[in-house]
Design a binder for this molecule. Structure first.
Ligand code: FES
Length: 89
């Protein structure tokens, strides 16, 4: 099990599974769920190395490697913990 968390809450999620449900529980909003709208753009505060590689959709959106921002609808945790901060849309 991996853990997706914020400053004050954490949610368990199976390794390599979609984070949409877990992120929603932590207050992240979603719309398109396919990496185009940017609603779910989230700051990664810790554990970026535990996430899957940037997807083509995230690259098209303009996110670059090491930027510590990801589209949650495109993310999976390989293993371990990832701490996020969602500033809203
Ligand atoms: S919900 Fe649209 S980019 Fe993630």
């Amino acid at each position: 099990m991996a853990i997706l968390k914020t400053e004050d809450k954490e949610v368990e999620v199976p390794d390599n599974e979609s984070l949409i449900d877990a992120a929603q529980e932590l207050g992240v909003l979603f719309s398109c769920e396919n990496g185009t709208c940017g609603t779910c753009l989230t700051n990664i505060e810790e554990g970026e190395e535990n996430l899957n590689e940037l997807t083509p959709a995230e690259k098209d959106y303009g996110i670059e490697e090491g930027e510590n921002r990801r589209l949650m609808c495109q993310c999976r945790i390989k293993e371990g913990e990832v701490k996020i901060r969602y500033d809203g849309f």
